[in-house]
Design a protein around this ligand. Sequence first.
Ligand code: OAD
Length: 269
Amino acid sequence: MDETTASTETLREWLNAAKRILAFCGAGVSAESGLPTFRDAGGLWEGHAVEDVATPEGFAADPLLVWRFYAARQRALLPAEPNPAHRALAAIEHESHLDDFLLVSQNVDDLHERAGSRRLVKLHGNLMETRCTGCGRLERLTTAVPDPDRHGLPQCHCGAMLRPNVVWFGEWLDPLVFQPILRFFESASGPSQRRRNQDRGETLVLLMGTSGLVGGGYNIPDIARSIHARIVEINPSETYLTPHSHLAVRAPASILARAIESWAPRIST
Ligand code: OAD
């Protein structure tokens, strides 16, 4: 049995044993939907200077450059479809034998939502939403903003400029986004629960498709270890988070669909 087959079999067993699962996801989960990651070869940060297109200072200096970058990402997202990884995460959420499930994603695309995920925390905001820099109004987009070079910068009804409703470098995350994460770990961390985590694998944390280079995984791996949760990294490559993991499944994120075939047989096709 090759290493990936063996690790996928262990993942299958750990998924079946778990009573609560938290999945921490990054751009690699959307890679099989055709969306670029940030730091892989050909990634978004290869073609664009982060400080120019993903900071408040960059937006203040050249909002047209920033809107070109985000309008292009919105256009790239429109034809993309949820892949088996997104659909497996949605299926796990709705799996009846679990007491709790939480999906914590750094991704700003809407593929988790379109796959049916609802117990979802979006740490870095939403690519298909704008926020007014004046009145703060949020608006959900159904298509990409009009080409800013031809139609000018997107404006609010109040007259102020709109920005993408995403978190930029140098900006604080809304503390409220961490509440569901803390509630999940609170419910998994009483003294007897820690023993059951250790003895029976009742709490499982998946680290999927993320380099873990932003926020160091937002302490999710550290908290998971502190309550003796099982930690599985699903990523074709080693990452900054690998040392925190008990199991590494060196495969694309869609392997999760194969691991839950007994619950949801049609997803991996
Ligand atoms: P990265 O581009 O840093 O890392 C993507 C990870 O996905 C890498 O570890 C790849 O090995 C892995 N990967 C690639 N293809 C995969 C596949 N098919 N299946 C599974 N994994 C795959 O992206 P993130 O970790 O998401 O933040 O980056 C985190 C944050 O940094 C982003 O949210 C964004 C970025 O700057 C902001 O812009 C604030």
